[in-house]
Structure formats: C-alpha cells, structure tokens
Design a protein around this ligand. Sequence first.
Ligand SMILES: [Zn+2]
Length: 208
Amino acid sequence: MTGQPARTTTRRIRIRRIRVAGLLVVIAALAAALGHQLPASSSSTAVDVPRSEHRGAPGEADSTVPDGTTVFDDEISGVANLDSDLLAALRQAATDAADDGVEFVVDSGWRSPEYQEQLLREAVSKYGSEEEAARWVATPDTSAHVSGDAVDIGPSGAAAWLSEHGAEYGLCQIYRNEPWHYELCPEASDHGCSPMYADPTHDPRMQR
Ligand SMILES: [Zn+2]
C-alpha cells in the first residue's frame, strides 16, 4: 500500500470486515494498525464508557477486548464466551445496522470473574466508596458480563441505533445510567423493552 490511507479507506475496510468473514483476521490486524494512526479526537468514540472498562492490565487479556472488536470476532474470548442467543441477536442487529451505515464495536463483553473483581476495585477507588461504585460496576457474582449475558456497545451512534431498534432483536438497555449496556430480553421483540432501572443498585438481580 502506498501513501497515507484516508479515513474513508479505513471505513470501507471496516465495513467489509463485517461482510467478509474469511478475511477477518487479516483485516482485524490491518484495522488495528490503521486505527492507531487515527487521531483519537476525530472519531466519535464511546466517550461515555467508563475508562476502567477499556483498560487492560497484564494477565487480563482473557477478557479485555482489543479496540475495534466487533460482534463477529469469534477469536476474541470476550465475544466468543457471550451467550449464544445474545450473540446471534447482536450479529443480526449489527448486520442490519451496517445497512444504515452504523458499525457496532464491542467495548466489553464476557469478563472473567478476576477481571470483574479488578474493575470493581478500580471503581471503588475512583468513586470513593463501595456504595457509589455499585452504581456502575457489579460484583463477580452478580455481573451479567461474567455470565456472558451482557455487552457494552459503542460508539455512541451504535448505542443510539440500538436504543431505537434493539427491541426488535430482543436487545434492551437495562440501566438508565449505562446507555451502552445491552442484554437479551427475548420477549421485547413482541412487547418492547421493560422500563429501565435508574442504575444497577435498583436491579433486584444485584441483591445477591
Ligand atoms: Zn455493561
């Protein structure tokens, strides 16, 4: 390849990545390389996702996901270990969203209990108390990420697309304070999503 790759080229490559599964590995590497050359401020990244969810520490590569991971990246354990029905719904939604020019990025998917514990410790130090941290990060025992039943989708345009169309696929936002966090609610395709909890502390599933 000669010259500077233009952003439009990157975009075209990333869209094709969704469609041409056989080239996934090669293109993922390429997209990652190109992604690192882009100025961070020029794209609409998921700025509303807590920083701690992005950061990987050594030894936690098993459940952090590389930048630009899609719901089709089977070789990433954070994607592969998601519940198969959730993953199928996400892939259908992502395919239809791509037709609207919207690309889904997985900011966080399945997490190991150890990684969830680390996120919780970081949140306690960031928010100053366990009570406040509980509004943002669940324990390893209660987290829907650890059970493979939740995914954080970015960038904000993708979350907005899901907020409008997700229910058709059974994909629902659960917490009002986490517009990126989606879980599978199969009945939503008939009845729409249930009202959201203000934050995880209002979710009875978190009271274990
Ligand atoms: Zn989440």
